[in-house]
Design a protein around this ligand. Structure first.
Ligand SMILES: Nc1ncnc2c1ncn2[C@@H]1O[C@H](COP(=O)(O)OP(=O)(O)OP(=O)(O)O)[C@@H](O)[C@H]1O
Ligand SMILES: Nc1ncnc2c1ncn2[C@@H]1O[C@H](COP(=O)(O)OP(=O)(O)OP(=O)(O)O)[C@@H](O)[C@H]1O
Length: 566
């Protein structure tokens, strides 16, 4: 039998700054050529396990290590980062932080130059990977000029060029638009076969990873491995919710329609799934649901008229854009990577100034309001929490906005503690921010804005990097704010699931303007818009099509039934 390429035996790890081990008694073997998905709640130790694979632990993150972890014959406790980085190539969720070269080709060749390889060897290697990863047209571009999907391919090239046999992806989908995410998953699958790679993917969005076959799903909880099996076995046992994971949409739909999963085969792939009499069951279920009349919001809050903006005069990003957002709406803003969603948000919040056009909030022009004045009404939560955090302690970070605004000390305490409870951070209130996981940091930034009680909140990918429990808590919390206090919420997202289940109106941005402004179920069943804006059909759409149902109606009924069940 083949020996494992990665082998953990009764392995535990405790960061020096922690009082308890973060990884506990792991036993895990990964074999050459396997494609493995690691999932689990936020803070369960996935990234820590990733750091053990690529040598950052114990070299860059010192701590107490017991048991054994061997990667391609190298015991991590006695190997250098250099040795392990030759075995394991890591592609981070934020490729920007990984770029070292001024151009794509320089970035790709960087490690070869460090190894003092000859010019012809470097040229041969860059040509091979540029071809394999479809980067030939981009070699002279600066990495910062690329779209999210292109950046990820450059990062992959930068690690594959070292001939690493193991590739580690930490949340590869978090910042890609759905079409790029799909392409990226297909590329990873192709490389697993053609380049003889072993692939480890850490990702919360299981359904999106399962678009391509996965050999094994490993679920972590509280530092331990609680499931390690074929995805189909875990899906069949209905363990997903119990394990804190999000079930694929099509499975939720089957359950809603009363299907017994024991009667089904190939549960991990909608294309191969077989269920007896499914067409009749779904048609009967659809006929039994009556759609509610949608609530109409007609009280304008933010009015944007003929807005124009470009970072340089020859390249307009926003062109004559006009739109009205009403009080109490729950909106998703979607579109291709690099289309201008963040730019539009920066124009609204005052970080950027338009070349022409008008913005009014509550009937008053925003033109003469500073960033801080606008922030009293409109909160903006960035995608990368590290760009927003400035204090050492969590409590202080959440209190900062209130302190700056001169709120009385006892009111600050009351509001901060209430917000921390709502955001699931209360127990960490005395912790330094540096000891939090990515998902936990994200919640701190959301808490710091919510505490100001704004009338409108713009959130850039609010749930990226969040586990199911915190995702659901956060979205229920935002929904509650929206319903009870009529706060207008606009979510910038690449998560089609989120857009469908939690928003009532979707604005699709593309080519500097609005391509479509409609109910999410209408957007996600419009093939032309899906193509133009790099969105993706959800599995619900495919399921409806497979069973001769009207996709728009089926999706809308599913969303309504799910919301009622929440
Ligand atoms: N550099 C560090 N120093 C001390 N403790 C850390 C450090 N990084 C992570 N931890 C601790 O380890 C725990 C697990 O964090 P890790 O980032 O591995 O979780 P994760 O499962 O990847 O979470 P997420 O899905 O939120 O990214 C966290 O609760 C955190 O307290
Ligand atoms: N500070 C800047 N200077 C110059 N160009 C920029 C700057 N910020 C963004 N751009 C460019 O403007 C365009 C729109 O970027 P923006 O970040 O608004 O897109 P986005 O829709 O939010 O993308 P994503 O979905 O990837 O987050 C992109 O082509 C980007 O490269």
């Amino acid at each position: 039998m083949t020996a494992p390429l990665i082998s953990f035996k009764d392995f535990s790890f405790q960061y020096n700054s922690q009082t308890e081990p973060t990884l506990r008694h792991l036993n895990l073997d990964i074999y050459p050529g396997e494609k493995v998905l690691i999932a689990g709640p936020s803070g369960s130790g996935k990234s820590t396990l990733g750091r053990c694979l690529n040598g950052l632990i114990p070299q860059s993150y010192p701590g107490k290590l017991t048991g054994q972890a061997v990667i391609n014959g190298h015991d991590i406790s006695h190997s250098s980062i250099f040795e392990l980085s030759m075995d394991v190539g890591t592609v981070l969720q934020d490729p920007d932080s990984q770029f070292v070269g001024l151009t794509v080709v320089e970035d790709m060749a960087f490690s070869l130059e460090n190894d003092q390889q000859t010019q012809p060897a470097m040229q041969q290697a860059t040509a091979k990977w540029a071809q394999t990863l479809d980067l030939n047209q981009l070699l002279t571009h600066r990495p910062q000029e690329l779209s999210g999907g292109q950046k990820q391919r450059v990062s992959m090239a930068g690690v594959l060029i070292d001939n690493s046999k193991i590739l580690l992806f930490d949340e590869p989908l978090a910042s890609l638009d759905p079409a790029s995410g799909k392409a990226s998953m297909a590329l990873i699958d192709q490389l697993t076969h053609t380049e003889d790679l072993t692939v480890v993917i850490i990702e919360h969005r299981i359904e999106d990873v399962l678009q391509q076959p996965i050999d094994r799903l490993i679920v972590m909880q509280d530092g331990a491995i609680v499931a390690n099996d074929r995805p189909e076995t875990i899906l069949r046992q209905s363990l997903m919710a119990q394990l804190g994971l999000r079930e694929p949409l099509y499975l939720s739909a089957l359950k809603l329609a009363g299907v017994d999963l024991d009667d089904c085969t190939h549960l991990d792939s909608l294309a191969a799934l077989t269920v007896p009499n499914l067409t009749t069951t779904l048609q009967q279920w659809t006929a039994g649901v009556t759609l509610n009349t949608p609530t109409v919001h007609a009280d304008p809050l933010l009015q944007i008229t003929d807005l124009n903006f470009g970072y340089s005069p020859d390249k307009p990003i926003i062109k004559d854009l006009s739109v009205t957002l009403n009080r109490g709406e729950m909106i998703s803003l979607v579109g291709q990577n690099g289309t201008g969603k963040s730019t539009l948000s920066n124009l609204i919040t005052g970080f950027l100034t338009p070349q022409s056009g008008a913005l009014t909030f509550n009937g008053k022009s925003l033109a003469d309001q500073s960033v801080k004045e606008r922030a009293d009404h409109i909160g903006y939560i960035l995608q990368d929490p590290n760009q927003m955090l400035s204090k050492t302690l969590i409590y202080d970070e959440v209190a900062a906005g209130l302190t700056l605004r001169g709120v009385a000390a006892d009111e600050i305490e009351e509001r901060v503690l209430a917000t921390l409870k709502v955001c699931g951070l209360y127990e960490f209130r005395h912790w330094p921010i540096s000891a939090l996981s990515f998902g936990q940091k994200k919640r701190v930034t959301i808490a710091a804005i919510l505490v100001l009680r704004p009338e409108m909140i713009i959130l850039d990918e609010p749930t990226a990097g969040q586990d199911l429990q915190h995702y659901t808590e956060m979205m229920n919390f935002l929904t509650q704010l929206n319903r009870d206090q009529a706060i207008t919420i606009m979510l910038i997202t690449h998560d089609m699931h989120l857009m469908l289940e939690y928003t009532d109106r979707t604005i699709v941005l593309g080519g500097g303007n609005i391509l479509m402004d409609a109910a999410p179920a209408d957007v996600l069943t419009n093939e032309t818009i899906i193509d133009q804006a790099s969105l993706a059909k959800t599995s619900l759409y495919t399921l409806a099509e497979q069973h001769q149902l009207n996709p728009t109606e089926f999706v809308a009924k599913f969303v309504q039934a799910e919301r009622e069940a929440r």
